[in-house]
Design a protein around this ligand. Structure first.
Ligand code: PNS
Length: 165
C-alpha cells in the first residue's frame, strides 16, 4: 500500500452504488481516501451538503481508511490544503471522457502535486447516475438496486417531500 492520500470528489446528489464501488476500490489502492462533497455549478442539488455527507458516512462506515468531508471552492485548493497526491474519478462511457479530461488537466495545472486517476466503472453501473436515481425515485420507481440499500428509503422520502427530479 502506498502512502498517498486520495480524494474522491463529486456532488453525490445522492450517492449511488457506482460511487461506492469507486470509493471502495480507491480505498484498496491508497492509504487514505477522503470523499469530498463539492459544488458543481452546472447542477442544482436536491440534497443539502449535510444530507449528502451523512449519506456518504453511512454508506462508507465499514471502509476504515475512508473519511467524508465537504468543501466550497476549487478542488485544487482542497487537494493542496490536505496534501492529497491523487484525485480518483470513475469513468463510465466515452461521454464522460472529454469533461473529465478537461477537469483533470485543469486540476493538474492548478495543483501540479496531484495526479488524477481514472477507474473504469463496473459494467453494471455504466448507465447509472444520480440524476437517473432522482428521476426514478421521485416518480415512485424502485431505486434499491442503484443506491446503498440502507439509504434507499430515506432518499425516496426526501425526493418525494421535495417533489424534485
Ligand atoms: O459528481 P460531479 O458533479 O461530476 O462532480 C464534479 C465536481 C464537483 C468534482 C466538480 O464540479 C468540481 O471539482 N467542483 C469544484 C469546483 C472546481 O474545482 N472547479 C474546477 C474543476 S476543473
Amino acid at each position: 500500500m502506498n502512502d498517498i492520500i486520495a480524494v474522491c470528489p463529486g456532488s453525490f446528489d445522492p450517492v449511488t452504488v457506482g460511487h461506492i464501488d469507486i470509493i471502495s476500490r480507491a480505498s484498496q489502492m491508497f492509504s487514505e481516501v477522503v470523499v469530498v462533497v463539492m459544488q458543481n455549478r452546472a447542477k442544482s442539488p436536491s440534497f443539502t451538503i449535510e444530507e449528502r455527507k451523512e449519506m456518504l458516512m453511512e454508506a462508507t462506515k465499514d471502509l476504515k481508511n475512508v473519511r467524508v468531508d465537504s468543501f466550497e471552492g476549487l478542488l485544487a485548493d482542497y487537494t493542496e490544503k490536505i496534501g492529497a497526491g491523487a484525485i480518483v474519478k470513475g469513468l463510465r462511457a466515452m461521454s464522460d471522457f472529454e469533461y473529465e479530461f478537461q477537469m483533470a488537466l485543469t486540476n493538474k495545472k492548478l495543483n501540479p502535486n496531484t495526479e488524477t486517476v481514472f477507474l473504469t466503472t463496473r459494467a453494471e453501473n455504466m448507465y447509472l447516475s444520480s440524476s437517473m436515481v432522482k428521476q426514478i425515485g421521485s416518480m415512485g420507481g424502485d431505486i434499491s438496486d442503484f443506491v446503498p440499500k440502507e439509504l434507499a428509503e430515506k432518499i425516496v422520502e426526501r425526493l418525494k417531500q421535495r417533489g424534485s427530479i
